[in-house]
Write a protein that binds this ligand. Sequence first.
Ligand SMILES: CC(C)=CCC/C(C)=C/CC/C(C)=C/CC/C(C)=C/[C@@H]1[C@@H](COP(=O)(O)OP(=O)(O)O)[C@]1(C)CC/C=C(\C)CC/C=C(\C)CCC=C(C)C
Ligand SMILES: [Mn+2]
Length: 421
Amino acid sequence: MSFAPSLVVSPNVELSPSSFGFLDSVRDGSQIPDSSRFFSRNRAANLMSKKQKWGNHSHSTELKYPILCEGGYGSVIAASMVANPAGEMAVSAEQKVYNVVMKQAALVKRQLRTAGELDVKPDIVLPGTLSLLNEAYDRCGEVCAEYAKTFYLGTMLMTPERQKAIWAIYVWCRRTDELVDGPNASHITPTALDRWEARLEELFQGRPFDMLDAALADTVTKFPVDIQPFKDMIEGMRMDLRKSRYKNFDELYLYCYYVAGTVGLMSVPIMGIAPDSQASTESVYNSALALGIANQLTNILRDVGEDARRGRIYLPQDELAQAGLSDEDIFAGRVTDKWRNFMKSQIKRARMFFDEAEKGVLELNKASRWPVWASLLLYRQILDEIEANDYNNFTKRAYVSKAKKILALPMAYARSLLGPS
Ligand SMILES: CC(C)=CCC/C(C)=C/CC/C(C)=C/CC/C(C)=C/[C@@H]1[C@@H](COP(=O)(O)OP(=O)(O)O)[C@]1(C)CC/C=C(\C)CC/C=C(\C)CCC=C(C)C
Ligand SMILES: [Mn+2]
């Protein structure tokens, strides 16, 4: 069946569940009157108990991420407990994110202990549902192919089960992002996001609302995927609704985790860790998180002009001020030496996150390494293009040419042959 995927959210202002039915049944007549019949089984037992501990890890109360420091760059210790101006102790963004990473790693480790390895559970076979489920996954594949050709191509080497699962996660992420970034973004309210979250909870309980949700509902029964990163991505969209400035890198880091680091955490349980990997599960999750952060920082640096035209500045305000720059400079879009220097330091930071991510790619299952390398190499090249544009990210969009994209694929493949040492 030919199907041109589109992610246009229904013009319904108040998002009722049915307004998320874009891309679904109604368009081609394949109605699913009661999609909950896909999965009547209650998955609650499979889900992690809220009371579960983070796992047996020891870590200091201080955490590190590559951040700017006076006099240059370095891995600077960021105190996990930070006193706010009122003298109360607040948990830093990094500590919050660290807690989620540990929880995900513990979930995968627990599954590995009980199952021996990440076995894929069989499809839930109810009369007539299997073909609908396959159709749902096919749709996810079409959307992924249309919106993210490189990801899609990269999934070709994966096992069919993993491939389908990545497509289902991609589609859910894309739909979530479209809520605040798509054509109806101006109509999206916090209530609409609350409904989207309620719907997410339903699908994790085995009660998907539509066909695309059904694919994800099936995926989460087969792989040890936790709901938290999904919820956190929605939290990122809430943040986008209420905020258009970021005081410092800690705030920006949290935003980047919400909208992109979460993708890394969702993907690792699907992609799997190489059986011969000696790396700790936590370190692999850390790299996955770093790749999400690196991608999002790059996305932000590429889109400074575009975002400014929407009144948004996703750059640390304190670092702008230190560089002698103000919001007005950004709105005016002047490429000055101050701006170039500021950009150099931001690019340097993004590259540090890419370097951190590289360590973990080697530890992934062989078939999963190619798509990850491809996305890493392609996204990192955007930073080179910003430099080639002499840091004019106000009016010139940095993009990687088709020729360079094509070249990146065999390079990624060659790298993917290298596994755990
Ligand atoms: C194989 C592979 C790379 C799998 C990931 C596929 C997947 C599930 C992608 C979802 C991406 C998505 C739609 C996220 C929603 C929020 C969003 C749009 C974030 C931005 C992506 C870039 O999209 P785009 O350029 O289209 O942005 P615009 O909307 O046009 O502005 C992001 C910049 C974030 C993307 C983040 C990732 C792909 C994370 C990748 C990390 C991993 C796959 C973990 C790898 C594991 C290790 C150990 C390194
Ligand atoms: Mn976006």
